[in-house]
Design a protein around this ligand. Structure first.
Ligand SMILES: Nc1ncnc2c1ncn2[C@@H]1O[C@H](COP(=O)(O)OP(=O)(O)OP(=O)(O)O)[C@@H](O)[C@H]1O
Ligand SMILES: [Mg+2]
Length: 248
């Protein structure tokens, strides 16, 4: 889209984690394999540059631990890069982790207000959209139940419904469909398509090739923290398939 500033500009971004504070066995194993010079600092993202135009729909693909969620967190501002910069134009709503941003001791109703506020909605706006949010989530019966008693699917329903009703210009989605049942998944897909068709920018992480090709026009493939492919979504999916096969 000529003449419009990009929605996201990622410029030479690296992000490391200190493994001393990391209790993940996977991370420890990686550092052991990589030798002692990296034993304390593990590069989850290694010199990533990419830009996302306004209204573009981009899928992030890669094996477990390749850095997809880390990149999404950098775009959302939850994490800061060690080197390089991330610039974002427009309001962002992210579904980075299922149930993230929901407070377990509060009820569904209270969480709609809390989560809406975190995502930048004012109280009157939340009140105005409250019924719509509840209707979309289909958890009306459990609205006054504390969220700690919710199933993972109910967490996801509540989180998704709030996020999607904030009308973000840029919408980040990380694997949310993993816990949704089929009817709700269909409804989410419809809603995400509506957002896409109204010109919002989407960045979607999924291990499901169909989700990526149905929602995204472009795909980025990460491998061990490096950007190894950037091109049409279908080709990106194929790229990942082929590289998985060659590792079998
Ligand atoms: N807060 C953290 N502290 C330490 N290490 C981390 C942290 N967050 C991520 N990592 C490490 O960074 C690497 C990339 O993680 P990330 O969550 O971005 O992977 P991913 O591509 O989203 O994987 P998955 O497909 O499993 O969701 C992993 O090795 C992970 O252990
Ligand atoms: Mg992830």
């Amino acid at each position: 889209m000529a003449g419009r500033a990009p929605a996201v500009v990622i410029d030479g971004v690296s992000k490391g984690f200190t493994l001393r504070h990391n209790r993940s066995l996977k991370g420890l194993a990686v550092s052991a394999v990589r030798g002692k010079d990296l034993s304390n600092n593990f590069l989850a993202l290694d010199d990533i540059s990419a830009r996302v135009e306004q209204g573009e729909t981009v899928g992030l693909l890669g094996l477990n631990g390749s850095g997809k969620s880390t990149l999404l967190k950098l775009i959302s501002g939850v994490l800061r890069p060690d080197t390089g910069s991330v610039r974002v134009r427009g309001s962002i709503a992210g579904l980075i982790e299922v149930g993230a941003g929901l407070h377990p001791e509060l009820t569904g109703r209270e969480n709609i207000f809390l989560n809406g506020a975190i995502l930048g909605m004012g109280e009157s706006e939340i009140s105005r959209r409250f019924d719509e949010i509840v209707e979309f989530s289909e958890i009306e019966k459990f609205l006054d139940t504390e969220v700690k008693f919710y199933s993972s699917g109910m967490h996801m329903r509540l989180g998704f419904s709030v996020a999607v009703h904030t009308d973000p210009e840029i919408f980040l989605i990380d694997e949310i469909f993993a816990v949704g049942d089929r009817p709700f998944k269909k409804k989410c897909m419809r809603r995400i398509r509506e957002l896409r068709d109204s010109g919002r920018t989407l960045v979607v992480v999924s291990h499901n090739a169909r989700t990526i090709t149905r929602l995204c026009s472009r795909g980025l493939v990460l491998h061990e923290g490096r950007l190894v492919y950037d091109g049409p979504a279908r080709t990106a999916v194929k790229y990942l398939d082929d590289s998985e096969e060659s590792e079998e």
